[in-house]
Design a binder for this molecule. Structure first.
Ligand code: ADP
Length: 463
C-alpha cells in the first residue's frame, strides 16, 4: 500500500522535531541537574563554614566560657536544615551536641534526608560526612566543631520541588513544541503535496485528452512552480499537435478530393462514351495524377523532416558554393521564364547537413521562380553575422500580403494569389523549410511586399 506524500512529509517532520526536542530536553535536564548539584554542594560547604564561624564567635575569652543558649539556637536551626553539630572546647569536652540534645529528632532528620536522597539519586550512594573545623580566637585554639551533613550534597524539600518543577516545565515545553511542529509540519507538507497531487490529476486529464486544462495556482516554491509551468507547456504543445494532426488529415483529404473527383469524372465520361478519349483529356487526367503524386511525395518529405528520429549528418558546408550549385540546378526553369538569378556575398562555412541545406535552398529557389513575373530577378546573398551563416533569397515577384506572411510557413497554406496562378504547389515547401531550419537550431523569416517581391532569410548557427 502506497503512503501519501503529505502524510510521509508530516510524519518525517514531526519525527525530526520530536527527536531534536527529546535530545535537547535530555541534555538540558542533565546539564541543569549537574549544575544544581554543584551549586548545592558548594552551598552546603559554605553553610558549614558559616556555621563554624558563628560558633567560634560564641566563645567569650574574658569569661573563658561559651554562650550555650545561642549555640543551642544555632544548633537546632542547623539540625532542621540537616546539619548535625557537635561542639567541643579546647580540652575536648563536649559543649553542645545535637545528638545528645535530641537523639530522636537527629535520627529522624538524618533518615528522612537519606530516604529522600536514595529515592531521587539512587546512584549517588551518599552518606553522612563529618567535617572538623578548628575554632581559634586571636591565634589560639578555643575548641573545635564537627559538622555532619549528607554528602557529597543533598537536596532539601525546596530544592527538590524546584528541580521537579523545572523538569515539568521542560516536559511541557517539549510537548508544546512537538505539537507546534506537528501542526507546522502538516501545513508545510500540504503546501508541497497539494500541487503534486493536483499535477497528477491534471496530467491524468491531459492523458485522457483534455488539452484545455491548465494549472492555475500561486506557487511560491521554485521547483513546484517550474513543474506547474512544464505541465501547462506540455498541455499547450499537445493541444497544438492535436490541432495540427486534425488539420493535416482534413487538409490532405481536401487536397486530394478535387484532383480525385476530376480524374474519376473524366474517366467515367470516357468509359461511358460521353467523351472521346482525346490526348488532351488523357493529359488532363495525367496532370491531376501527377499533382497527387507530387502531394504524396511532399507529404513524405514533410514527415521525414519532422520525424523525431531524423538525425543530421553534420559536415562543413560552404553556403555560397552550395547556393551556386542549387541555382545551376534550376537553369532550365530560369531560362524558360526568362529570369535572371545571381549569387552574391562571401563564402561562409557552417557545420550542417549539406543534403538538407540544399533542400532548403531548392524549396526557396523554386518558390522564387514560381512566384516571379516573367523576366524577373532573383538574388541569393550569403554572409556571416553574429556567429550565424545567413543566406537570403529575394525575388521581385508577386509577393505576399502582410496579413498572410505569418501563415505561409504552415502546412498546406497557399496565398490566394498563388492559388489563382495555378502554380501547382501544395503549400508544404515552406513547412519543410521551417522544420529543417529548426532542426539545425536556426530560424527562417520572410519579408514581403505584395506585388513587389519577397525575401526569405535563413539563419543557421556556424557550429
Ligand atoms: P507552395 O507549394 O504552394 O509553393 P510553400 O509552402 O512553398 O507551398 O509556400 C506557401 C505559400 O507561400 C505559397 O503558396 C505562396 O502563396 C507563398 N509563397 C512562398 N514563397 C513565395 C514567394 N517567393 N513569393 C510569393 N509568395 C510566396
Amino acid at each position: 500500500m502506497k503512503r501519501k506524500l503529505g502524510t510521509q512529509l508530516s510524519a518525517g517532520f514531526v519525527l525530526i522535531v520530536f527527536i531534536s526536542i527529546v535530545l535537547i530536553s535530555i541534555v538540558a535536564n542533565i546539564l541543569i541537574n549537574k549544575q544544581f548539584e554543584q551549586y548545592a554542594q558548594k552551598q552546603q560547604e559554605q553553610f558549614s563554614e558559616d556555621l563554624a564561624e558563628s560558633l567560634r564567635l560564641q566563645y567569650d575569652s574574658a569569661s573563658n566560657g561559651w554562650n550555650v543558649d545561642y549555640i543551642h539556637g544555632v544548633g537546632m536551626y542547623a539540625l532542621n536544615d540537616g546539619y548535625i553539630i557537635k561542639l567541643y572546647d579546647k580540652s575536648g569536652a563536649s559543649v553542645w551536641d545535637a545528638e545528645n540534645h535530641d537523639m530522636e529528632q537527629c535520627h529522624q532528620i538524618m533518615n528522612s534526608i537519606r530516604t529522600r536522597m536514595e529515592k531521587i539519586r539512587p546512584k549517588l550512594k551518599g552518606e553522612f560526612v563529618t567535617n572538623r573545623y578548628n575554632l581559634e580566637q586571636d591565634g589560639s585554639s578555643v575548641g573545635y566543631v564537627n559538622i555532619s551533613h549528607y554528602g557529597p550534597y543533598y537536596f532539601d524539600e525546596n530544592d527538590f520541588r524546584f528541580l521537579d518543577s523545572l523538569n515539568r516545565i521542560l516536559l511541557v515545553i517539549g510537548l508544546i513544541s512537538v505539537l507546534g511542529a506537528a501542526l507546522a509540519g502538516i501545513v508545510f507538507a500540504k503546501r508541497i503535496s497539494n500541487p503534486i497531487a493536483k499535477t497528477t490529476q491534471i496530467t491524468k486529464e491531459i492523458a485522457e485528452g483534455n488539452y484545455e486544462i491548465r494549472f492555475e495556482s500561486q506557487i511560491k516554491t521554485k521547483e513546484l512552480h517550474e513543474l506547474m509551468q512544464a505541465v501547462n507547456h506540455m498541455a499547450e504543445t499537445l493541444k497544438n499537435q492535436e490541432r495540427l494532426r486534425r488539420r493535416l488529415t482534413t487538409d490532405v483529404a481536401h487536397e486530394l478530393r478535387t484532383p480525385l473527383a476530376n480524374v474519376s469524372s473524366h474517366l467515367e465520361a470516357i468509359i461511358e462514351g460521353v467523351w472521346e478519349p482525346t490526348n488532351e483529356r488523357l493529359q488532363g487526367c495525367y496532370d491531376e495524377i501527377e499533382r497527387m503524386t507530387q502531394l504524396v511525395s511532399d507529404l513524405e518529405r514533410l514527415s521525414q523532416s519532422e520525424a523525431e528520429y531524423f538525425t543530421l549528418e553534420k559536415e562543413p558546408v560552404k553556403l555560397r558554393s552550395l547556393a551556386s550549385t542549387a541555382t545551376e540546378g534550376f537553369a532550365q526553369e530560369l531560362a524558360a521564364r526568362h529570369l535572371t538569378c545571381v549569387v552574391q556575398g562571401e563564402e561562409c562555412i557552417i557545420q550542417a547537413d549539406a543534403r538538407r541545406i540544399r533542400q532548403i535552398m531548392d524549396n526557396l529557389l523554386s518558390n522564387a521562380i514560381k512566384y516571379s513575373y516573367e523576366g524577373g530577378e532573383i538574388c541569393v546573398e550569403v554572409y556571416a553575422s553574429n556567429g550565424n551563416g545567413i543566406f537570403q533569397i529575394s525575388d521581385n515577384g508577386i509577393g505576399v500580403l502582410e496579413e498572410e506572411l505569418p501563415l505561409i510557413f504552415e502546412r498546406f497554406y497557399r496565398t490566394d494569389k498563388s492559388r489563382s496562378r495555378k502554380t501547382g504547389g501544395s503549400g508544404i515547401g515552406l513547412a519543410i523549410v521551417k522544420s529543417l531550419v529548426q532542426a539545425h537550431g536556426g530560424n527562417v523569416t520572410a519579408k514581403s511586399e505584395s506585388g513587389k517581391g519577397s525575401s526569405f532569410v535563413v539563419s543557421l548557427p556556424i557550429d
